[in-house]
Design a protein around this ligand. Structure first.
Ligand SMILES: NC(=O)c1ccc[n+]([C@@H]2O[C@H](COP(=O)([O-])OP(=O)(O)OC[C@H]3O[C@@H](n4cnc5c(N)ncnc54)[C@H](O)[C@@H]3O)[C@@H](O)[C@H]2O)c1
Length: 426
């Protein structure tokens, strides 16, 4: 007699929820996907890989994701995964409205005994202070009729080695049963370990410090880049040197700023939460301020180099290579390139913008057109297509200045071609 598959609902089918839904569907689960974005649901119904990752291409033909447009279709599910956005507003204040509303959807439609796992990145206390009360208001009793856990996702879009399947997890819950159910579920779908945490707050805190660690370390090298530049020291060579130490040093690299939905956002969740205890996370605030200053710093570098050739941003034809926040993906969220573009436009620059992954944001067709139309180039994303371009093409198109916002081009070679090169701290 064939056993009925356990039903899992994934609430929020983005960079985090969609890969998880696909992975669970490859295992012994019947998966229901629920999202507010109708266009996304239609694409999923057509079998599209909406996150564009290669390993998903391999899995998709083997699985079925049931699209649940009507939230009452979620009733049959025993496990609910919440993977909705946790952004900040224009004042960098955490916006937990998506987590609250997704929790309400689940609380309204679940049946007794369900496991609810929040995967969204949240500060310590959110499960207790925001998620739990939503369920209690609907009459559910945590640890008796509903089990609530946090198992933060650590996915790194565009990473060819680490993905939803093989990245280890931590999990925390309000009670032993909830923790066991959570660890059992993730162990049944992952090829990686799941570390049970003592409390749900510890699990929430673990994720927040991972991304704050990145932000602080990147801010440190961005600050060094500015300082070493004044001393005439190449920061990239310095970091390469320091990284030969086989312990207690981990290289981070300076750039035109950090982007994406996580690193420039998550530290604010901790900063704001700590304020409730009158604690000021000065270190994190400083890191945020330094990293937020980098797009403007990149423009200053361009202005300095334009001065050398007796030009200004105003009226100069500037090629912009890349808009997305990271290499080889079309993700615009919190991209520092957007700030650079906005400021250059305000200064009167004539921009030729090209990103192969974001045709909608490009105002030229291809790389050739950028080079033909521009006098100077600012590289803002290290897409492979840009790295593979023969550097002679810049010279042959009369490019006079290159600002390398990712320190990813060959400085010596560019200078040997008679082009002015400036990187971030080199
Ligand atoms: N993107 C990453 O690399 C990454 C990595 C680790 C963790 N995270 C965290 O995971 C969470 C989700 O991030 P993401 O990148 O997948 O976001 P995303 O924007 O790609 O996807 C979120 C989805 O949730 C949907 N949604 C919003 N409110 C909803 C609701 N009430 N009900 C149903 N669907 C709803 C949106 O329409 C969207 O499709 C965030 O907390 C983020 O910080 C993201």
């Amino acid at each position: 007699m064939s056993q009925e598959k356990q039903k899992v609902a994934v609430i929020g089918l983005g960079y985090v929820g969609f890969p998880l839904a696909v992975l669970a569907a490859t295992k012994d689960y019947e998966v229901f996907g629920y999202d507010k974005d109708e266009e996304k649901l239609s694409r999923i119904e057509k079998g599209e890989n909406i996150v564009g990752e290669e390993y998903i291409d391999e899995l998709l033909p083997k699985v079925k994701i049931n699209v649940a447009r009507d939230e009452t279709n979620l009733k049959q599910c025993k496990i609910f995964i919440i993977a909705v956005p946790t952004p900040v507003d224009e004042k960098y204040y955490p916006d937990l409205s998506f987590v609250r509303s997704a929790s309400e959807t689940v609380a309204k439609n679940m049946e007794s005994g369900a496991l609810v796992v929040v995967e969204s990145t949240i500060n310590p206390g959110v499960c207790e202070e925001i998620v739990k009360p939503v369920f209690e208001k609907k009459g559910w009793e945590v640890g008796k009729t509903v089990y609530i856990s946090h198992c933060p996702e650590r996915i790194n879009p565009g990473d060819s080695k680490w993905n939803v399947r093989n990245i280890p997890r931590v999990a925390g819950s309000f009670d032993e049963i909830g923790l066991k159910k959570t660890v059992d579920f993730y162990e049944s779908i992952l090829d990686a370990t799941v570390m049970p945490m003592k409390t749900i707050r510890e699990a929430e805190a673990a994720k927040i410090i991972e991304n704050s660690f990145r932000d602080v370390n990147i801010a440190f090298v961005n600050e060094l880049a500015k300082s070493f530049d004044l001393m005439g020291i190449d920061i990239v060579n310095v970091i390469r040197g320091a990284a030969t130490k086989p312990f207690a040093f981990m290289p981070h690299w300076p750039s035109r700023g950090v982007g994406g939905h996580c690193i420039p956002v998550d530290p604010y969740y901790l900063i704001e939460k700590a304020k409730e205890n009158d604690f000021d996370h000065r270190f994190l605030r400083n890191a945020r301020a330094i990293n937020n200053s980098m797009p403007h710093y990149t423009i200053e570098l361009l202005q300095n180099k334009l001065n050398e050739i007796e030009k200004s941003v105003k009226g100069t034809s500037i090629g912009i290579l890349g808009v997305s926040y990271k290499a080889n993906v079309g993700d615009l969220r919190e991209s520092p390139a957007l700030k650079v573009i906005e400021e250059l436009e305000k200064l009167g620059g004539r921009l030729n913008i090209f990103d192969p992954y974001l045709p909608k944001y490009s105002n030229v067709k291809n790389l050739d057109e950028v080079l033909e139309k521009s006098e100077v180039v600012v590289l803002l994303t290290n897409h492979s297509q840009f790295l593979n371009l023969p550097l002679e093409n810049f010279r042959d198109n009369g490019i006079r200045v290159i600002i390398d916002g990712l320190n990813c081009l060959d400085k010596e070679k560019i200078e040997s071609l008679g082009i002015i090169y400036k990187g971030i701290g080199r």
